[in-house]
Design a protein around this ligand. Structure first.
Ligand code: PLP
Length: 314
């Protein structure tokens, strides 16, 4: 299709403000408020091609987070959760997708260009396209080299970190690009206090002496849905998970294992931090076990966690 970027090949429809429209028609005016001030909120969810057919993974928590992200920004989403669910399922079916990434976006359209959105309408769009391993297939196997960013994660007293708003991703973008410029795959951000927060688009886990640690929600992190899933999976296997910790920078270097979680990154091992090898310098055994279990769950090779899936009748 014309000059559609490679990333979006194989998709041709966008849902926007209640209608399915051609990909090329999904455009906004250059004076769109959210384009200028980053006043949108969004989600990233996945549909997995499971052994029982395509299924949305943990759709309700994603939708709940979208609506609660909208609140502090005063967005009033005119569509019900049921409407957005139906639209998403139909979007996937219409495009014949089985496994894809789903991006709902809520943003202020154009009316006023004061920093306050005035009467700018809240608009909603949903896109879905195939998206494989976010940090690369090799990353899932061998882990990624990360850099502790010189940029700090913004504090939740400055911009709420529990909402997924578009503007604050400038912080993530700066950290990620700085890392990539220096040859790393991804970044880790410390919070204002200098403690470990998270990756630019991932939560972080640490393994030490057979127990699992992850920064608590007060450390300026997003309340990740994959984070919660992995905590539950790990506890069900029998691991002790400390999910309200503070982790210092030094503890990263001396960890037995480190890994990222996220809808896009899934469960990605971290092999090196600032060129210091972590554990065996690859995917650690507990990371591998959790990763395997996570993929077994999302592929529906196991019967538990059935309530996490919304099947699409194709
Ligand atoms: C900053 C940030 N932290 C963590 C995550 C992981 O959250 P989730 O597992 O809900 O995708 C994401 C991705 O959405 C993110 O952007």
């Amino acid at each position: 299709m014309g000059n559609r970027p490679e990333m979006f090949e194989g998709t041709d429809t966008i849902w926007m403000d209640g209608e399915f429209i051609d990909w090329e028609e999904a455009q906004v005016h250059v004076l769109t408020h959210s384009l200028h001030y980053g006043t949108g909120v969004f989600e990233g969810a996945r549909c997995y091609d499971t052994s029982q057919g395509p299924a949305l993974f943990r759709w309700e928590p994603h939708l709940d987070r979208l609506y609660s992200s909208a609140e502090p920004l005063d967005h009033e989403i005119e569509h019900t959760k049921e409407e957005l669910t139906e639209a998403t399922i139909e979007l996937i079916k219409r495009q014949g997708l089985r496994s894809c990434y789903i991006r709902p976006l809520v943003f202020y359209g154009y009316e006023s260009l004061g920093v306050g959105p005035g009467d700018s309408p809240t608009r909603v769009a949903i896109a879905a396209w195939p998206w494989g391993a976010y940090l690369g297939e090799d990353a899932l196997q061998n882990g990624v080299a990360v850099k502790v960013s010189s940029w700090r994660k913004h504090a939740s007293s400055q911009i709420p970190t529990n909402v997924k708003a578009t503007g604050p991703y400038l912080n993530s973008m700066l950290a990620g690009e700085e890392a990539r410029r220096e040859g790393y795959v991804e970044a880790i951000l410390l919070n204002k206090e200098g403690l470990v927060a998270e990756g630019p688009g991932e939560n972080l886990f640490l393994v030490r002496d057979g127990e699992i640690y992850t920064p608590g929600l007060s450390q300026s992190i997003l309340d990740g849905i994959t984070r919660n899933s992995v905590i539950e999976i790990a506890e069900d296997i029998g691991y002790t998970v400390h999910d309200n910790t503070s982790i210092s920078r030094g503890e990263l270097y001396t960890a037995d294992e480190l890994f990222f979680t996220g809808t896009a990154a899934e469960v990605t091992p971290i092999s090196k931090v600032d060129n210091v090898e972590i554990g065996n310098g690859g995917r650690g055994p507990i990371t591998e076990e959790l990763q395997q279990r996570f993929f077994d769950v999302v592929d529906r090779k196991t019967e538990d966690y059935e309530e996490w899936f919304k099947y699409i009748d194709v």
